[in-house]
Ligand binder design. Sequence first.
Ligand code: PMT
Length: 419
Amino acid sequence: MRASHVKQKRILLIISGGIAAYKCLDLIRRMREAGASVRAVMTKAATEFITPLSVGALTSERVFTSLFDLNDEQEIGHIRLSREADLLIVAPATADLIAKMASGHADDLASTVLLATDKPVLVAPAMNPRMWMHPATQRNVAQLRADGLHFVGPNTGEMAERDEAGPGRLAEVPEIIAAATSILAERARGAIAHLHARPLQGRHVLVTSGPTHEPIDPVRYIANRSSGKQGHAIARAAVALGARVTLVSGPVSITDPPGVDVVRVETAKEMLAAVEKNLPADIAIFAAAVADWRSASAAQQKLKKSGDKPSLDLIENPDILATVGKLRTGRPRLVIGFAAETSSVASEAARKLKSKGADWIVANDVSPDRGVFGGDGNTVHLVTAQGTEDWPTLSKDEVARRLLQRAAEHLSSGAAAAE
Ligand code: PMT
């Protein structure tokens, strides 16, 4: 990602009240070094941690703190403040500010500016691990992601409180700048249009996610390491772009994305039936790690250890992607598969593109050292009939966002209809 994407960009930094607020001083310095101009809004609580004077000295701009400052409203109203930026960064974002944003409150300058903006917003949360993991915070974060906001961090580590560790540390300054740069680069490419743009409005997107469980007997099953994070992120990204989304999910322990019709299944056969039942769709994306085989005859009773050593007779499961990719009638206009490989990633993906009748394949290397299964990041390659594009390492949310943005562009360009 090139620094030029930050150069001459106007960043509106919203600082809320957390112990990590002091790191904003370095963030401002580094962004200005990269050529950005930075304006800052501070919540009342933020001013308890760092002074507007030190923030103003580093931004070389007046610092905005109050919604009811008549001078501010006359010279530069809160609407202008939010619209005149290329990117809003909320750092640190406290649990309280995240809750306000998720429910659309506007009772101080920071929350009002965030509600009034139509520009991309990057949120860098920082809070106590228990607060971060609380279902209320996780619900609010899921809502904001579905609304199209970007997140960086929080990181896991030691907290300011003694003996406290876990997820909740503000992302490091270079990580925040890298995330901001990536958003600005995508925006320059036209891939992130308007915060509230809905290019998939009126479209139906069908997504598969998670593993399948194939029973051996009533208590044992064949499974894999998929967590559903990538597939669920795709469903969230599709909702954020205005689509009606059906998510057919294998057994996972992550929360359902808001605004999505979730169909829960266990086995590959059930997943295929649910997919077929929920067609037609404009776009179908197959991120599930479907078990290729199942037991030929799952036992009705628990297999006894004392009995004969059981042997597992495996038969092939139906291929859901190939079934949909090769439909003669009712085929979605864009069929996107994934390829999980541990070697020859690009060539295997190109083979699957053809053999499964997909339009695009998102290939990822799932070797254990990559941490893709269950992790939050992914390094993917987009394989199409035109060739292979290597994407940088991104969060699964960002992979999903880019993929859906590309899919929306593809549909609106009419390319899918012409193929
Ligand atoms: O869930 P996470 O922990 O976030 O991990 C994400 C992921 C690694 C599961 C995801 O990024 C991914 O790669 N998903 C596809 C996994 C897979 O099964 O890949 P495959 O190369 O074996 O299959 C190729 C394609 O065919 C996939 O789109 C798969 O969904 C589909 N398939 C495979 C077998 C089958 N019987 N039916 C299918 O539809």
